[in-house]
Design a protein around this ligand. Structure first.
Ligand code: BGC
Length: 716
């Protein structure tokens, strides 16, 4: 539709119609059904039939047949020909479930993430969806927060690369194209840093911290073209994001030139009253509108208050129209005026959802995202001797983690099935009961030991229940359940070799069982192809190559522990010195650092060379072991002295490379001004000439650095 036609349409709309374009509900409400599974302070709904008839968008339902009918029913009664927008949480896969985003971060492979996101878009588009509430670009440093699973981890650069790749995968060149959907980056901003790791809790940090660490990944997603942005539940600088003019107007719209649609999180406009920044619905609506919040998700504040606010002169018609135009422009961009159901097609849906090609892509991503944390000569398992398999993830299709509504657990191959296909009757199982209500396996350790008597090696598929990951799943205890720990110790005490597979949505507290395991493979929630991927790694068909996207703490008291911290005035360099920044009972370093991961081969990375003109850094990377493998070469920088404190190191580049046994290659990174830049005290972005450490290595601790003096002449 031509822009002037669109504007004409807006001029024909009543205020009520405009307010309802700015309101998102669940489809059940349009059918006058009682909505199920409501969260947040959703109280009495006061939508009239006429209002429901002109709702602008709905969330949470998919399926070509259902959405086609919904659109047809809606348009049949609509006064104006404005189709509904269909949105849903397709977070890590539609029917083909991918590894959780935290695991995807461990792949350090944005191209593969993009390819997978494109496959997700094909499935979701065929199932009738127009927008997904993904990617989540929230930076995370606190594994007590259950939503770390939805993020690509603790590093701004990695997070940004992954968020941008995901947006490109979903949207392609244009979300209106066939098989594409629009991306909604969330939760703007800083939702990943709630105090104490408690979901929905207060977020408070300096402007510099916000700008340097927390905002960059959203910006990357916006610059990659994300059509929508979702606000977060939390406050930033004492103002809830949903009505923050700093975030929505100054930063998002003006600095980043975001032209798309902003949506609130679930009932977040109404929650402004709980936050105590709005005395009533009128004030909540007024503040959100002034900030430029276009669509209110699942509360009725706009619907109830815009008329009044306008009459009282507290808002203008222009402010409302600006939001409505943005919303209609999105519908137009998706081609909905011409084709209200876009790609919804039962046949395509049937053909694409869960197809072999998508499962294969998901398997590749699962393989690259698993991280080998420890291996004392037990993996890969090649022996043809009896092999034990136990644990709550040993025989379940529940390998998805949260936010995987359309994934089919019944159809998903279990680890037992996948291993049996390789080891046949050599596989002995015990204690494979999946988690039910209680997060524990039944107390039958003695019986398991008896069954495992002939096995020299036992695989324990342990972890946290799927339902303890995602929204509203904060925890203060990150250890495995007592029975799982008991089983691992019992196997060890019985002289077995123990291979621990860790299924989790967050770094768990594994220090108490680390010594009892000979090998530990962090598999996260690996998705639909998870069992195949684990089997490929256990058997050695695939050589593990994932690198941690988030540090593992030594214990919960050490949280937050992350690699890109500041030095402090009293760094802990001398173990004898008490008066420095340290704990009495625990080192400062993590159990496993960001960027860490083992392989079945070994690599060296040496000979760092900075070019004479200071524009490149090169290293020689060699496969020093006896089999082919992949590693991730990582570039870090440190500004040695600046006008504000700068982190000890910050990831600024990475390269995933494959090398044959004995093969050596040179890896070169360009040094750019962008890599050295930060926000100074006046909130100006730029870099300050002086000394910098340029460091390259194979994880955030194993790095070799060189100090260079960089002047504007080096990096114009
Ligand atoms: C979550 C969002 C999600 C929305 C819609 C909220 O509770 O915070 O991430 O997109 O619900 O389901």
């Amino acid at each position: 539709m031509e822009k002037n036609k669109l504007l004409e349409l807006v001029s024909e709309m009543t205020l009520e119609e405009k307010a309802m374009q700015m309101t998102q509900l669940v489809p059940d409400m349009l059918y006058h059904l009682a909505p199920a599974n409501l969260t947040g302070p959703t109280r009495q709904w006061h939508f009239t039939d006429r209002q429901l008839q002109c709702a602008g968008s709905v969330l949470g339902k998919s399926g070509a047949a259902y959405l086609k009918k919904l659109q047809a029913d809606y348009l049949k009664d609509a006064r104006l020909p404005i189709p509904l927008l269909f949105m849903a949480d397709v977070i890590h896969g539609y029917e083909t479930i991918l590894p959780i985003p935290l695991a995807q971060g461990c792949s350090f492979d944005p191209e593969l993430v993009e390819e997978n996101a494109a496959a997700v878009a094909r499935e979701a588009a065929a199932a009738g969806l127009h927008v997904t509430f993904s990617p989540m670009a929230d930076l995370v440093r606190d594994p007590r927060w259950g939503r770390v699973m939805e993020s690509c981890g603790e590093d701004p650069y990695l997070n940004g690369q992954m968020a941008a790749a995901t947006v490109r995968g979903y949207q392609g060149k244009d979300p209106g194209e066939k098989g594409k959907i629009a991306a909604c980056v969330k939760h703007f901003a800083a939702y990943g840093q709630p105090e104490g790791g408690r979901d929905y809790n207060t977020v408070d940090m300096s402007r510099g911290m916000l700008r340097d660490f927390y905002l960059p990944a959203y910006r990357e997603a916006v610059q990659a073209g994300a059509a929508m942005v979702m606000t977060s539940f939390n406050t930033v600088e004492r103002v809830p994001s949903t009505c923050s003019r700093l975030l929505l107007d100054r930063i998002l719209r003006r600095e980043w030139d975001f032209q798309g649609v902003v949506i609130s999180d679930y009932s977040a406009v109404e929650e402004l009253m709980n936050h105590s920044v709005a005395a009533d619905a009128l004030e909540a609506g007024e503040k959100s509108l002034h900030a430029g919040m276009d669509i209110e998700m699942m509360s009725g504040v706009y619907a109830a208050s815009l008329q009044n606010l306008l009459e009282q002169g507290r808002i203008t018609q222009e402010e409302i129209d600006t939001c409505v135009i943005r919303i209609l422009e999105l519908k137009n961009r998706l081609g909905l005026f011409e084709n209200p159901c876009k790609d919804a097609d039962e046949e395509q849906e049937q053909r694409l959802c869960g197809c072999k090609e998508h499962l294969e892509l998901a398997r590749k991503l699962a393989l690259e995202s698993m991280v080998l944390l420890k291996n004392e000569d037990v993996l890969p398992v090649s022996a043809h001797a009896p092999l034990g398999l136990a644990g709550p993830f040993a025989d379940t299709g529940g390998l998805f983690g949260e936010w995987s509504y359309m994934g089919n657990r019944e159809k998903t191959r279990t680890l037992r099935e996948a291993l049996e296909a390789v080891y046949g009757t050599q596989l002995v199982t015990a204690m494979t009961e999946p988690f039910r209500q209680s997060p524990d396996v039944p107390d039958s350790v003695e019986e398991a030991l008896e069954r495992f008597r002939p096995c020299e090696l036992c695989i324990v598929a342990a972890g946290e229940p799927e339902w303890q990951t995602g929204e509203a799943t904060s925890k203060t205890n990150l250890r495995l359940s007592p029975n799982q720990e008991k089983l691992i110790h019992a196997l060890r005490n019985a002289g077995k070799k123990v291979v621990l597979l860790l299924f989790s949505g967050r770094p768990l507290d594994i220090a108490p069982i680390l010594d009892a395991a000979d090998a530990v493979l962090q598999v996260w929630f690996p998705g639909s192809a998870g069992a195949y991927a684990v089997t490929d790694i256990l058997t050695g068909k695939y050589n593990p190559s994932g690198r941690l996207s988030m540090s593992f703490p030594r214990n919960v008291g050490q949280i937050p522990v992350y690699y890109d911290c500041y030095n402090t005035g009293r760094p802990s360099l001398d173990p004898e010195n008490r008066f420095c920044s340290r704990y009495l009972d625990c080192p400062n370093s993590p159990l496993f650092p960001f960027g860490y991961g083992l392989s079945y081969t070994t690599f060296s990375c040496r000979g760092l060379k900075i070019s004479e003109d200071n524009t490149t850094a090169s290293v020689l990377v060699k496969n020093t072991g006896s089999r082919r493998g992949e590693t991730v070469v990582q570039l870090y920088v440190r500004d040695v002295s600046a006008s504000v404190v700068r982190p000890l190191k910050e990831l600024k580049g990475f390269r995933r490379i494959a090398l044959d046994a004995g093969e050596e290659t040179e890896v070169t990174f360009r040094i750019t001004a962008d890599m050295l830049s930060f926000y100074n005290e006046d909130e100006q972005w730029g870099w300050e000439p002086g000394e910098f450490d340029i460091m390259v290595g194979l994880d955030s601790e194993q790095i070799e650095g060189q100090r260079v003096y960089l002047s504007p002449a080096d990096l114009p």
